[in-house]
Design a protein around this ligand. Structure first.
Ligand SMILES: NC(=O)c1ccc[n+]([C@@H]2O[C@H](COP(=O)([O-])OP(=O)(O)OC[C@H]3O[C@@H](n4cnc5c(N)ncnc54)[C@H](OP(=O)(O)O)[C@@H]3O)[C@@H](O)[C@H]2O)c1
Length: 276
């Protein structure tokens, strides 16, 4: 099994398949992330607001895996947006993770009502210059939010991490990002289990054709679209299942059938109006 690397617009690379830890219980995070590292994941996606950075850091320390073989993402929470507060938030995250840098630091949500994401972004640029994060990016940014960063700042985000799954495929936002060198990362890649994605006929048919599970088919769909993806599971068997996706390939017809499931079905909050 070999996980492909994607080269970002700053020439750093990111493993295309990683492991997400949203809603992983802080008390269980070290064990679960240790399982993921043992299964072969080398890219972990956490956030300050998940309250489990400490467990992520402990699993990394216990693994003995060289730091330069790991890719760690964390995110700036909305209440910390601003200049000094952004700087302090990354310092706290690094201390909690027990790391001297992360590989990718993201603005978690634009919160356009606060009007602080441009100032936050300029601070991320400085923090990158200081080596505290290798790459910088955004999450849940819509086109107008990206356009402001492009117009008012010096750095194009390396990634935009957005809700993305077959029922909410975000084609226009993906195309806009790709046109500007911004790679797309999918959150909720399995639809967070909030609707029956795995029961869809197109997913079921591809799963039987390849002797794969529906989750593996959906992860392949992301990978074959060039999307960076990090499914979450707290279950050892599913952690192993979700990385075992390099032994088959979906055909063009299977990809098209899964593409046809897009119906604009968002399972999370709308970034234009979210106020948390
Ligand atoms: N930037 C943001 O705003 C944002 C928002 C949400 C998430 N994220 C990131 O994206 C990552 C992934 O998204 P997500 O965790 O929200 O949702 P997800 O990965 O789409 O779905 C996770 C759900 O799918 C289940 N699952 C996982 N593998 C499965 C399998 N093989 N078969 C059946 N069910 C399976 C999990 O259950 P079990 O755990 O019981 O296996 C869990 O209930 C997060 O962990 C986080 O790192 C970012």
């Amino acid at each position: 099994m070999s996980i492909p690397d994607i080269t970002l617009n700053d020439d750093h690379t990111i493993p295309q398949l990683g492991f997400g830890v949203f809603k992983v219980d802080p008390g269980e995070t070290e064990r679960i992330v240790s399982d993921a590292l043992e299964a072969g994941y080398r890219h972990i996606d956490t956030a300050a607001v998940y309250r489990n950075e400490e467990g992520v850091g402990r699993a990394i320390a216990a693994s003995g895996i060289p730091r330069d073989e790991l890719f760690v993402t964390t995110k700036l929470w909305n209440s910390e947006q601003g200049t000094d507060s952004t700087r302090a938030a990354l310092a706290t995250s690094l201390e909690t993770l027990g790391l001297d840098h992360v590989d990718l630091y993201l603005i978690h949500w634009p919160r356009p009502d606060l009007d602080r994401y441009v100032a936050s972004w300029q601070t991320l640029e400085e923090l990158r210059g200081e080596g505290l994060t290798r790459s910088i990016g955004v999450s849940n940014f819509h086109r107008p939010h990206l356009e402001r960063l492009l117009a008012e700042t010096d750095t194009v985000p390396a990634v935009n991490q957005i809700e993305l799954h077959p029922a909410f495929a975000q084609r226009e936002l993906r195309a806009f990002g790709e046109g500007h060198g911004i790679r797309t990362e999918a959150w909720g890649p399995l639809g967070q289990g909030k609707y029956d994605l795995f029961g869809e006929q197109a997913v079921q048919a591809a799963a039987s054709a390849h002797g794969a599970t529906p989750a593996q088919v959906v992860i392949r769909w992301h990978l074959q679209h060039g999307i960076i993806v990090f499914p979450k599971s707290s279950t050892r068997e599913r952690i192993a299942e979700n990385i075992d996706v390099f032994g088959f390939e979906l055909t063009a017809d299977e990809m098209a059938a899964i593409d046809a499931l897009d119906r604009g079905l968002r399972v999370g909050a709308d970034p234009d109006t979210a106020t948390f």
